[in-house]
Design a protein around this ligand. Structure first.
Ligand code: PBG
Ligand code: ZN
Length: 324
């Protein structure tokens, strides 16, 4: 059948008809809000490069998460900012670190009404700002593995539901899965930052979390964005090593990777709509160059359409309000 028997516009005639034929629906339960918690803060503080986002204090994080839960955003991922950084990132894995305390507080208050993911990495905690231990000016792969396992186990012990290794260290998923199992956390899931690319869209995050590397860059561990086949190999390895959820990061310049990952692996798939993607929309909207609400909904829907089951996004709260 073709024109004039077929007219595609028939099913676009009214809002209700358009809704009936809608193929992809964004839902509040798809969204995961990243939360920064800074040790030693007395109250929350704005993040200049991310309008509307704030670094939370250990006290303000509770009402902030309550606001999210109230709007049906019931998943968060925690990023900690310690008062003291050192060579070995030792504030990352102590039982009284800022993330470990926050997990306990959140679980006391919300129990299973909140899914707590934690970012497992070293870069906010190391004085050099790299994602692993540095020796001879290089990130030491195998030396870092045990540290990442300690971080993950400390999060699990505090009550995290899922740990999310983001260091792009080879073998991190396998090592963490093994350590979780050995310590009795068989039911704590691993969301692997499986295809994490060296990206200029992380800039605002690094300002927010004070995690810009002091020398060099992250290109010896994060992926080259020119290599889609390599992205699929990275994901295959993390699946093999025991990842429960795979993630592609960033999202918007990587929709092809999300699409291929979902098609090939048929795994629960997450996409990280990163800080730079958020800030670009905020900046253009502030200038009056785009309509903020419709741009955000278009972007989030496109990420789902590409194949993501869940989206880590700083737009979670505002999108939930519009979806509600
Ligand atoms: C660090 C980490 C980064 C992000 C999440 N975890 C940044 C980096 O690699 O420097 C970026 C998130 C964002 O930009 O929103 N392992
Ligand atoms: Zn890192």
């Amino acid at each position: 059948m073709s024109f004039p028997a077929l007219r595609m516009r028939r099913l676009r005639r009214t809002p209700l008809i358009r809704e009936l034929v809608r193929e992809v629906r964004l839902d509040r339960s798809d969204l995961i809000q990243p939360i920064f918690v800074e040790e030693g803060l007395k109250t929350d503080a704005p993040i200049t490069s991310m309008p509307g986002q704030r670094r939370q204090s250990p006290a303000t994080v509770l009402p902030e998460v309550a606001r999210l839960v109230d709007k049906e955003v019931k998943s968060i991922i925690l990023f900690g900012i310690p008062t003291v950084k050192d060579e070995n990132g030792s504030a990352a894995y102590g039982p009284n670190g800022v993330v470990q305390r926050t997990i306990r507080d959140l679980k006391d208050q919300f129990g299973d009404e909140l899914v707590v993911f934690t970012d497992v990495c070293m870069c906010q905690y190391t004085s050099h700002g790299h994602c692993g231990l540095v020796s001879d000016g290089r990130v030491d792969n195998d030396g870092t593995l045990q540290k990442l396992a300690e971080v993950a186990v400390s999060h699990a012990r505090a009550g995290a539901d899922m740990v999310a290794p983001s260091a792009m260290i080879d073998g991190q998923v396998k090592t963490i899965r093994q350590a979780l199992d050995d310590n009795g956390f068989k039911d704590v899931a691993v969301m692997a930052y499986a295809a994490k690319h060296a990206s200029s869209f992380f800039g605002p995050f690094r300002e927010a979390a004070f995690s810009t590397p002091k020398f060099g860059d992250r290109r010896t561990y994060q992926m080259d964005y020119s290599n889609p086949e390599e992205a699929l190999r990275e994901i295959a390895l993390d699946v093999e090593e025991g990842a429960d959820v795979i993630m592609v990061k960033p999202a918007l310049a990587y929709l092809d990777i999300i699409y291929r990952a979902k098609k090939r692996f048929r795994m629960p798939t997450a996409a990280y709509n990163v800080s730079g993607e958020f800030s670009m929309i905020k900046a253009a909207a502030r200038e009056g160059w785009i309509d903020e609400k419709s741009a955000i909904m278009e972007v989030l829907t496109s990420i789902k359409r590409a194949g993501a089951d869940m989206i880590l996004t700083y737009h979670a709260l505002e999108a939930a309000e519009w979806l509600g």
